[in-house]
Design a protein around this ligand. Structure first.
Ligand SMILES: N[C@@H](CCC(=O)N[C@@H](CS)C(=O)NCC(=O)O)C(=O)O
Length: 216
């Protein structure tokens, strides 16, 4: 039984969808990010961030690492190419690249305090925006040549990670769905029952690809 500490739509969303994809039993705990984390939570995750995934009584964090862990733990669910098979190295590469090239800059976009600022101004926001748009542009070029998924014809949970980051761009000046290849991937991914169930359970509504209907 997994215990996932999440916040609606946060970096926990891809992990949540991957757990649904695996079919594993799990319990959800909603962490209110608008108030300081409790001491109990900080003991599980000293960074105070979500997600935290408790497996057999041990707490783990970092969404990309959790996705890799889930793929390892559920080979039967085919969440990613198996170790030693074609596509495995490329999948690992995407998982890490998405976390660094999108996840890192998104932290700066949403948390100006990470830049030592109380709030963003145009000077601080513009370079972060350029970095994120350049990241989406590179991925769209890849998908144009090798899509529709990051690994071509094969879905993997790296596509959940990408769809989560795309969702975060929805209120940006250029949302990621403006790149047709990214839009196509997001439509494919957001139609999957596991994604839809995670979105419905988290009560997400803010994106045109959010669906209120869970799928059983
Ligand atoms: N690199 C981490 C980032 C986690 C993260 O920054 N989560 C945000 C929500 S998307 C959070 O917990 N923010 C609360 C805070 O920093 O106080 C991951 O991918 O798991």
């Amino acid at each position: 039984m997994y215990k996932l500490f999440y916040s609606p739509g946060a970096a926990s969303l891809a992990v949540h969808a991957a757990i649904h994809e695996s079919g594993a039993a799990h319990e959800l705990v909603n962490v209110d990010l608008n108030v300081p984390r409790t001491d109990d939570y900080l003991r599980l995750n000293p960074q105070g961030t979500v997600p935290t995934l408790v497996i057999d009584g041990l707490a783990h964090r970092e969404s990309a690492a959790l996705l890799i862990l889930l793929a390892e733990r559920h080979p039967e669910a085919n969440l990613a190419p198996a170790p030693g098979t074609p596509g495995r190295a490329e999948w690992l590469q995407w998982t890490v690249a998405l976390a660094t090239s999108l996840g890192g800059p998104f932290r700066l976009w949403f948390y100006p305090r990470d830049l030592g600022l109380e709030a963003h101004d145009e000077n601080s926001r513009a370079p972060v925006r350029r970095t994120l748009e350049a990241g989406f542009e590179r991925i769209a070029s890849h998908l144009q040549a090798h899509g529709p998924y990051l690994l071509g014809e094969r879905f993997s949970i790296a596509d959940y990670q990408l769809c989560m980051y795309m969702r975060w761009s929805r209120a940006m000046p250029k949302p990621a769905t403006e790149w047709p290849e990214l839009d196509r991937l997001a439509r494919l991914v957001s139609a999957r029952p596991a994604w839809r169930n995670a979105v419905a359970m988290e009560g997400l509504r803010g994106w045109h690809l959010d669906s209120a209907e869970p799928v059983q």
